[in-house]
Ligand binder design. Structure first.
Ligand SMILES: Nc1ncnc2c1ncn2[C@@H]1O[C@H](COP(=O)(O)OP(=O)(O)O)[C@@H](O)[C@H]1O
Ligand SMILES: [Mg+2]
Length: 344
């Protein structure tokens, strides 16, 4: 898809940190595009580069020891050509982000109403009296009960779920086109998790907002996402519609992730299969396919050559980076053999 004002387009994006041990490439040649109003899940084990990728989309990381290559286009705005300072003016309206822990994002000594009012003031169409009303409206929209009196609270006086709602209220205050949510429900218990996901889904629909959900939980993806990008060691190794990715994965890694996820493990007769061993050391990445050392199906070629993203011949919205993609029926029957076990 060519960059347009109706889409997000990421081309060959790499993000590297300059560290004492040398250059750490946390995101490596990632490309994808997404139409406005879609919900994309970015999944993968811890350390795979989800947070770095999602924050780079809005250039949120400190850039003193950072190298960004490639291009990011958000609805016609060339994020990679702007100065970070110029982009700051677009935070909130072009894109905003919510984090796992609202306490780090909210100011502990500022009343809720003031925090949201400050966000609203950035937008020019608000004056003093309608800000007050907008704050209450926003709290109401995100499902805070009795929003008027709750707006007088400090963050610590609210429950975890309510704090998350306040952070969402603040993030959507200026109607961003893109909302990035980085593990927004990971710290919450299951019932609250579901409520927050429902809320995000509702808000996304009402505003025709594009939503990027960063999560290590495929259950969350299944519930809310239209598309999924599977990350492994800094690369997107599989991309497609959620139903295709979850029911007909082509990458052995994706299969392994599914088989290690209790919430979507439908066939109770099959054992849950934790993924054996660790993701590779970013300073010492495997030469060929980065998953090959853990992959049951790897062959000599996988250890030497790096597979490039390949479009599925029939289902062109599905792409994968694997020399030996799983065949569907075969993938299901061989599910439990995907990953080499430690006793082999
Ligand atoms: N500020 C930083 N400096 C150096 N390395 C970093 C920094 N932030 C993240 N990394 C490294 O980048 C890689 C990807 O991290 P991250 O995006 O946080 O993973 P995820 O969100 O998928 O768990 C990891 O190897 C991590 O150690
Ligand atoms: Mg993360």
């Amino acid at each position: 898809m060519e960059p347009t004002t109706d889409s997000i387009s990421v081309e060959n994006l790499s993000v590297s940190f300059k560290t004492d041990r040398g250059l750490l490439k946390a995101v490596d040649s990632v490309s994808f595009s997404l139409r406005k109003g879609s919900i994309l899940g970015i999944v993968g084990e811890s350390g795979s580069g989800k947070t770095v990728l999602s924050r780079t989309l809005i250039r949120l990381l400190p850039e003193t020891n950072l190298k960004i290559e490639g291009s990011i286009d958000l609805f016609g705005i060339k994020v990679t050509s702007l100065k970070q300072r110029q982009l700051r003016h677009l935070y909130g309206s072009l894109a905003s982000i919510i984090f796992q822990d609202p306490l780090t994002a909210l100011n502990p000594v500022m009343k809720i109403k003031k925090q949201i009012a400050e966000t609203l003031k950035v937008a020019s169409n608000h004056n003093g009296s309608n800000i007050k009303k907008s704050v209450i409206d926003l709290l109401d929209r995100v499902g805070i009960p009795d929003p008027k009196s709750k707006s007088e609270s400090y963050p610590h006086q609210l429950s975890g779920g309510q704090r998350q709602r306040v952070m969402i209220a603040s993030a959507i205050a200026n109607s961003p086109k893109l909302l990035i949510a980085d593990e927004p429900t990971t710290a919450l218990d299951v019932t609250i998790q579901l409520q927050i996901l429902k809320l995000l889904k509702e808000l996304q629909k009402q505003n025709d907002m594009t939503l990027i959900m960063v999560t290590h939980d495929l259950g969350v993806v299944e519930y809310i996402c239209d598309y999924v990008a599977v990350m492994y060691a800094g690369k997107i190794v599989e991309f497609g519609r959620t139903e295709d990715i979850l029911s007909r994965p082509l990458m052995p890694y994706t299969r392994a992730l599914i088989d290690s996820t209790p919430s979507i493990h439908r066939d109770k007769s099959e054992k849950l299969m934790p993924i054996e061993s660790m993701i590779p050391d970013p300073f010492n990445l495997p030469k060929g396919c980065r998953f090959a050392p853990r992959c049951r199906h790897s062959q000599t070629r996988c250890l030497i050559e790096s597979p490039r993203p390949t479009q599925d011949a029939i289902n062109t919205s599905h792409s994968y980076s694997c020399f030996y993609p799983l065949k569907n029926e075969w993938a299901v029957s061989k599910a439990n053999e995907t990953i080499a076990t430690s006793d082999e």
